[in-house]
Design a protein around this ligand. Structure first.
Ligand code: HEC
Length: 276
């Protein structure tokens, strides 16, 4: 009996020594060692926010603003498509933005997609058909522009992030930059809402760049809002249906609960114990 107890105690003691031995140097370093080095870029990053007033599709009762989605598509077409693809979106999907069949066909035909000539086998480009997806982009500049189809899903709080990114360009405070040794290398651009602060994308939007047929404002912030809304739709076209299904399900469950309660009343109606 005592031998067994002694063995357990000895085991515990050895374990305790090993645990302390492995943890103590780290704990010492944490308490008395040098502070971890802060990247110069960390002094400039600022968490971004969405447009003032939010998006029309925010919240449980949110709705698409179709005029806005059409403007966002125009911003993508006239500005972003020079560098970014949209490969998971087909032209026929644009019907959901409120375009007619004829408008979708005309819109598709204004884009060229790569294809193969059936007689010669050569690579050619043809006007797109509604069933084609948006064409890939071969970008020769610095960096790798990601495909934008799913970008608002691929980034945390994506709709707001895209808006913040497009409006986050500027110059770092020169005094602060000199103090912490921060600089923006050639070919990169300062953007306080990009996690790395220096981004390979030159500021794509400037005030008045795109003219909207509906005369909507075309400041950088307004265009950024519209294109962020459009990219929210490309990433989740069924966002609004999903919210509405949620309300339907809640309504149905309430109705089913009421029914269950009434049938409980009905079934037990005759079986109440008599009051004494
Ligand atoms: C001149 C080319 C060019 C244009 C025009 C352009 N971009 Fe970019 N974009 C880039 C490059 C290059 C990157 C990669 C940046 C990096 O990783 O440093 C990028 C990255 C991005 C990212 C991803 C950032 C991240 O978190 O990784 C988003 C979102 C984006 N662009 C949106 C847009 C939108 C919206 C437009 C149109 C308003 C646009 N871009 C126009 C070149 C461009």
């Amino acid at each position: 009996m005592t031998i067994r107890l002694g063995g357990i105690l000895a085991g515990l003691a050895i374990t305790a020594v090993l645990v302390l031995w492995s943890l103590l140097p780290g704990a010492y370093n944490l308490a008395f060692g040098p502070a971890p080095e802060k990247q110069p870029s960390a002094y400039f990053y600022e968490h971004g926010h969405g447009p003032a007033g939010g998006f029309s599709f925010d919240g449980p009762f949110g709705k698409w603003d179709y005029a806005q989605l059409q403007r966002g598509y125009q911003v993508y077409k006239e500005v972003c498509s020079a560098c970014h693809g949209l490969r998971y979106v087909s032209f026929r999907n644009l019907k959901q933005l409120g375009y007619s069949d004829a408008e979708v066909a005309a819109e598709a035909a204004s884009w060229n997609v790569p294809s193969i000539d059936p007689t010669t086998g050569d690579q050619v480009t043809n006007p797109a058909k509604p069933t084609d997806a948006f064409p890939p982009v071969y970008y020769a500049g610095q960096g790798h522009p990601p495909d934008l189809s799913l970008i608002t899903k691929a980034r945390h709080d994506g709709s707001n992030y895209v808006y913040a990114l497009l409006t986050g360009y500027g110059e770092p405070d020169p005094a602060k930059a000199a103090k912490v040794g921060f600089e923006t290398p050639d070919g990169l651009y300062f953007n306080k809402h990009f996690p790395n602060v220096n981004i390979a994308m030159p500021a794509p939007l400037s005030d008045g760049q795109v003219t909207f047929a509906d005369g909507a404002p075309n400041t950088t912030a307004a265009m950024a809002t519209d294109v962020a809304a459009f990219l929210t739709w490309t990433a989740e076209p069924s966002l609004i249906e999903r919210k509405q299904t949620g309300w339907f399900v809640i309504g149905f469950l309430l109705f089913a609960t009421a029914l269950a309660f009434l049938s409980y009343k009905q079934i037990w109606a005759g079986l109440k114990p008599k009051k004494a």
